[in-house]
Design a protein around this ligand. Structure first.
Ligand code: CO
Length: 153
């Protein structure tokens, strides 16, 4: 600990932060409506958006939690990425998503830092956001998404 503190004091030029905030956590569910009775009713989170994202093979719902969201994901079939995840791990926590202002610049920085990317180019996510996933093998087992929200939110 003391060594780390000394080391960081010797580095006056700290890197700027890459992520601005946690945008959402993704939760894989078997049944969106059953999940809504927990998140919408018991947890009283406001339903913000519901959409089928064919390109990602999911039906997705966003619920508001302060500035962030919970994203419920129901796979459209067993051969989709979330379907395969659920076959292996069951329902539960799937990914964490960090908001960024400029996803192209962030992807370049992360690639330059040696992180393995699932998406080297951003793709269209929920609510017309631009998203990209980092490989869990280079993020300590946590599937990590970065998201540039549409219209800056
Ligand atoms: Co997500």
């Amino acid at each position: 600990m003391a060594t780390a503190a000394r080391t960081s004091r010797r580095r006056p030029h700290r890197l700027p932060p890459v992520f601005s905030r946690i945008d959402h956590i993704g939760v894989a569910v078997e049944d969106i409506d059953a999940a809504l009775s927990l998140y919408g009713d018991s947890f009283a989170m406001e339903l913000a958006h519901r959409e089928t994202v064919e390109s990602q093979g999911v039906e997705a719902v966003l619920l508001d939690v302060g500035e962030g969201h919970v994203e419920l994901l129901r796979p459209l079939g067993p051969d989709t990425p979330v379907g395969k995840f659920m076959a292996k791990n069951g329902a539960g926590l799937h990914h964490v998503a960090y908001a960024v202002d400029d996803i192209d610049a962030t992807l370049e920085k992360l690639a330059a830092a040696g992180l393995r990317l699932i998406d080297s180019e951003p793709r269209v996510g929920i609510r017309d956001s631009r998203v990209a996933f980092l490989h869990p093998r280079s993020t300590g087992g946590v599937l990590t998404e970065i998201v540039e929200p549409a219209g800056g939110h």
